[in-house]
Design a protein around this ligand. Structure first.
Ligand SMILES: Cc1cc2nc3c(=O)[nH]c(=O)nc-3n(C[C@H](O)[C@H](O)[C@H](O)COP(=O)(O)O)c2cc1C
Length: 197
């Protein structure tokens, strides 16, 4: 009944940076359109609680540096993994664009924080669907270090703000086989309540 919308939603896949073409830039007009579409998400009280920090070119090295410094400073000896640290140094450089997605807590006492987080997820889905429609690959990453005061200070967040993810964006490598995914039958996820007089 909604073939274009259904096809777009089901085509969106998490495309990892390793499958993106690092040499092919994403132009600013397209990025701006994707982000503007994100901002058209519903927000309770129209708080529009988002700020998108877009890292491209050499600015990605700054992101790598703070991610690695934060990981080193905030990970216990028992949990520290050299392979994770190394991957952190490589992944942001594989994608031409990395967006740190900041939820600015604007709702005060009227709008619960969870509602601002929920609205933010709507925005990021808008962004991902728009990217998919443009033929871009995208991937939402949420390493725990995004929640640390050290990373927050670096991004200039206020105490109640949160960084809800890194969105990696890039054109898929020309030979990429688009990943497949599965979902459970929808019947498992619906409880119909129908009462007729
Ligand atoms: C809030 C959120 C955080 C996520 N964080 C990660 C992450 O840190 N690492 C990861 O590999 N995938 C992450 N993902 C992507 C999911 O793993 C992915 O959406 C899921 O495997 C389904 O695949 P699909 O996106 O291709 O449908 C995240 C997704 C969401 C919505």
């Amino acid at each position: 009944m909604l073939p274009a919308t259904t096809a777009l939603i089901r085509r969106r896949r998490s495309i990892k940076p390793v499958d993106m073409d690092p040499a092919r830039e994403v132009d600013r007009a397209l990025l701006t359109e994707l982000i503007e579409n994100a901002t058209w998400a519903p927000t309770h009280g129209l708080t529009e609680q988002w700020k998108f920090h877009v890292f491209q070119a050499d600015a990605r090295h700054d992101l790598v540096q703070i991610m690695q410094e934060t990981y080193r400073a905030t990970t216990s000896v028992a949990e520290f993994r050299e392979d994770k640290l190394k991957k952190m140094g490589e992944t942001p450089l594989l994608a031409p664009v990395v967006i740190a997605c900041v939820m600015e807590r604007n709702g005060g006492t009227k709008i619960p924080e969870i509602e601002e987080v929920e609205a933010f997820a709507c925005a990021l889905q808008n962004l991902q669907l728009s990217a998919t429609a443009a033929g871009l690959g995208c991937y939402w990453s949420s390493p725990p270090l995004l929640q640390t005061p050290m990373f927050h200070d670096w991004l200039g967040l206020r105490p109640a703000d949160r960084c809800l993810g890194l969105i990696y964006l890039g054109w898929p490598k020309p030979n990429l086989t688009w990943p497949r995914s599965v979902r459970q039958p929808v019947e498992n996820k619906i409880v119909w309540h129908v009462k007729k007089a």
